[in-house]
Design a protein around this ligand. Sequence first.
Ligand SMILES: [Zn+2]
Length: 162
Amino acid sequence: MSTEYVLFAFITIDMRKFLSFFLVVSLFSCNNDETYTVDPAFTEFIVTFNKEAQLRSLDYSEQLQELNIKFSLLNDNAVGQCQKSKDSHTILIDQTYWNSLSILDKELILFHELGHCILNREHIDSSNNRICNSIMRSSNTVCRMNYNSTSRKNYLDELFSY
Ligand SMILES: [Zn+2]
């Protein structure tokens, strides 16, 4: 915090030769006191995500601790977004859309974004009889998502084993 203030002060008095030095200091200080925020609305899904990972002999507890998840207004009709950076990843979710969803569909949306942010997965649009093979499909126009209590296990197997 204080480093940012110092950086600003030096820019305004035009000591630009110090800029890169203070930028470096600022990056380090960000690193040290980085705090991560997960809106309580998403907590139970994060817990479930790692439980499902552990059922498949995986564990993302560390990565999940270095993640921000919050509500935001998104452009381009997006309902969720994963923003990756060197130090932290942030998932943004459209609140109005989120509130309209069933528990399973909330899980679907959030697990898709965790697929990007935690599992480093890209989109995959393959399908079988027009039913999506993966929750990592690029949009709801490419194939039909059939995520329910029966199909869920196969979709999660696919998600974590890719
Ligand atoms: Zn996506």
